[in-house]
Design a binder for this molecule. Structure first.
Ligand code: MG
Length: 493
């Protein structure tokens, strides 16, 4: 998915990648989500906190005290996975909705088990929960740990997996309501956020080019104020406060409903925790708005769908809905690219070796099929001649079959060897990434479901907002990925 026009000295992990051509010159208004977009979290610190706080609620609610020894493990879940709450399984699915990897607790499901449970019929994504956001990682890991505990300690928790997940959701909500997570984050922002010193450079560049900027976050005003103040205040001599960067600030937006819903805008009365109904006047930069909806947003801002670019990290809440409902242009933040793409560069050779092995396997397959057809044809003839009792011909056919079968045997062996080599090399390659799940955007050599969603819905994608500083604010981003297999001769079978 590389864009050859943007390579000039920009590291692979910091480039902007293009799925759908986009002329930045036509974009007048650029919006940003806050959590994990403008404000990237120090994920391990945050997830460990969320994991421990939620686990405490389980024990407070009467779950076995032994659960207290469960540990947060940073790599056990990645974005893009799918949770089967009813069966207690975590799945990795390819772009064609085929379950390629599945775990029940820490036990890996076999190919036959996956087939029986999922792959014998068309996969219904709506029955499962998609791990779209970083906030879900600690939640899903905790589910995985409890499922594993239940398997190893039968009878100790008398609930269904589905009910446990429902409890998990309640306990997380409780943590958010009683401040077990957010109070700790705000008390110690340097521990929980990664401050990007180039963020203001990127935003100022867009402002200097005449773009209007807005923030659209689901977080409440008080949290937004404190987080943004930590992230932006004092990072540019031109702006004394984080609020000065924005033409419009919207908090409590309730995405994804914001994009399809009809809720009105409110104005935040700062320092009072109160809201008043917005009077319907165009947005004013010195006010902070709460709630609202995309249709009214376009009316009050004076920009229509394709003049607006929205930047967010949530594939569903930020990208699929804004593009699908309002035709906004989209830039998805995929933080994982920063770590995975340089590794992938280093592994290019092994990736090529895997593709080469696949082409060897394809030729062997072809040869094997031809021989099998010849053997079958000879056997049919032999059967017919047995009925006609012509012994000379029978002898000849028997010899032919024997010879063909002798040729078949080494091909069969080479095929198995090649298949094993592919498997070994693929797992070696994947081990450079996440030990359990491999690359976020791939499953084996295929696109993961997450990658498929990115390709379908995000016009552009990159690892962090500040990468925008490398690009001209009027740049025409051109997609080189609109071709179909028949347009590329090397894709022909
Ligand atoms: Mg976010």
């Amino acid at each position: 998915m590389n864009d050859p026009t943007t390579n000039h000295g920009i590291a692979v992990g910091q480039r902007i990648y293009v799925n759908r051509s986009l002329n930045f010159g036509n974009i007048g208004l650029i919006g940003f989500d806050m959590d994990h977009t403008l404000a990237p979290y120090n994920r391990e610190a945050f997830e460990a906190l969320a994991f421990t706080a939620t686990l405490k609620k389980f024990i407070d609610a009467g779950y076995p005290e032994e659960l207290g020894s469960l540990q947060y493990k940073p790599d056990s879940v990645v974005r893009g996975l799918i949770v089967d709450r009813a069966r207690g399984n975590i799945l990795k699915v390819n772009g064609h909705k085929y379950v390629k990897v599945a775990y029940h607790g820490y036990s890996k499901l076999t190919k036959e088990e996956r087939y029986k449970l999922y792959n014998h019929e068309s996969f219904k994504a709506q029955d499962f929960l998609s791990v779209d956001t970083f906030f879900a990682l600690s939640e899903v890991q905790l589910f995985l740990e409890i499922v594993d505990y239940m398997d190893k300690n039968p009878g100790k928790i008398q609930k269904s997996f589905q009910d446990i997940y429902a409890d998990l959701r309640n306990f997380i909500d409780l943590c958010h309501r009683d401040g077990s997570i957010k109070d700790k984050v705000l008390a110690n922002p340097e521990k929980f956020f990664k401050k990007d010193r180039y963020l203001s450079t990127a935003l100022v560049r867009l402002l200097d080019a005449g773009k209007s900027l807005f923030m659209l976050t689901n977080s409440d005003f008080e949290y937004t104020r404190q987080v943004m103040s930590y992230v932006l205040d004092g990072t540019s001599s031109d702006f004394s406060s984080w609020k000065d960067y924005w033409d419009i600030i919207i908090v409590g937006a309730s995405k994804p409903d914001f994009f399809a819903g009809k809720q009105p805008f409110f104005e935040v009365i700062e320092d009072s925790k109160l809201l008043r109904v917005h009077d319907g006047e165009p947005f004013k930069p010195d006010l902070v708005y709460h709630g609202g909806n995309a249709k009214l947003f376009e009316k009050l801002s004076g920009y229509r769908g394709d003049e607006i670019l929205y930047v967010g990290d949530h594939i569903y809440g930020d990208i699929i809905q804004s593009k699908g409902m309002k035709n906004w242009r989209t830039l998805l933040i995929v933080e994982e690219l920063e770590e995975e793409l340089p590794k992938l560069e280093k592994c290019k050779l092994s990736q090529q070796e895997i593709y080469d092995l696949f082409s060897i396997k394809e030729s062997l397959d072809e040869e094997w099929q031809k021989l099998r057809s010849k053997i079958a044809a000879n056997k049919r003839q032999l059967e017919r001649s047995l009925k006609a009792s012509g012994s000379k011909k029978q002898e000849y056919l028997k010899n032919q079959i024997e010879q063909l079968e002798q040729q078949l045997a080494p091909i069969q062996i080479r095929l198995e060897e090649t298949q094993n080599k592919i498997k070994a090399k693929t797992s070696l390659l994947e081990a450079h990434f996440n030990q359990t799940w491999g690359q976020v955007l791939k499953v084996g050599i295929e696109k993961s479901r997450f990658a498929h969603q990115i390709a379908s819905y995000a016009c552009l994608y990159t690892s962090r907002v500040s990468n925008l500083r490398f690009y001209n604010p009027y740049k025409k981003f051109v997609s080189f990925h609109e071709t179909l297999p028949h347009e590329n001769p090397s894709s022909a079978a």
